[in-house]
Design a protein around this ligand. Structure first.
Ligand code: AMP
Length: 177
């Protein structure tokens, strides 16, 4: 499809300066979600990227990744599995501790919802430094799951996020950091 969605989608994402702290330009997807046409366009555009990888299932990163992955999974007839922060998932989990700029964190995935040898695509709203996505991919790899690629609505350009993620990254919108 040759139509360029970028200007339309970009108009529906609110940029909030100095949130949640000074110096951060926060890209707020609330305004996109509130607009039926922009929301639908965003999901279709991300689904087109996801389907090129032909995954077995989707993996969504807490919390805004859930919002995007759920309708994409339904559109493509796929299931989705949640990667969550420590302590949120019941039952047996695989865990991975990692360090980001502002401290340590732990991500988890339900052990009985993934299988060794499965091929997945990772979904989140925004790619910045790539640390969050890289942690999820490491967690999945340790559980024997292959991440074929990752799909984001937005990428903050110039932060080297895609290189850090280490799997093919597809983004619908590229925006300044
Ligand atoms: P990173 O691990 O640096 O790639 O950060 C990506 C995660 O942080 C995503 O889950 C985003 O939702 C969130 N995030 C990082 N920077 C921003 C930003 N400028 N605006 C909105 N969300 C952000």
């Amino acid at each position: 499809m040759s139509y360029d969605h970028q200007p339309f989608l970009r108009r529906h994402i609110r940029v909030v300066p100095d949130f949640p702290k000074p110096g951060i330009q926060f890209y707020d997807i609330s305004t996109l979600l509130a607009h039926a046409g922009a929301w639908r366009t965003a999901i279709h555009a991300m689904a087109r990227e996801v389907e090129t990888f032909v995954p077995d299932t989707l993996v969504a990163i807490e919390s805004r990744g859930f919002i995007f992955a759920a309708p994409i999974a339904v559109e493509l007839g796929l299931g989705m599995v949640m990667v969550r922060k420590r302590g949120k998932l019941p039952g047996n989990v695989h865990s991975h501790a990692y360090t980001l700029e502002y401290g340590d964190d732990v991500v988890e995935v339900s052990a009985d919802l993934i299988e060794r040898g499965q091929k997945v695509v990772l979904i989140d709203d925004l790619l910045a430094t790539g640390g969050t996505a890289a942690a999820a991919i490491t967690l999945l790899k340790a559980a024997g799951v292959e991440t074929l690629g990752s799909v984001f609505l937005m990428e903050l350009i110039g932060l080297g996020g895609a290189a850090r993620v280490g799997v093919p990254c597809r983004t619908v919108l590229q925006v300044p950091a």
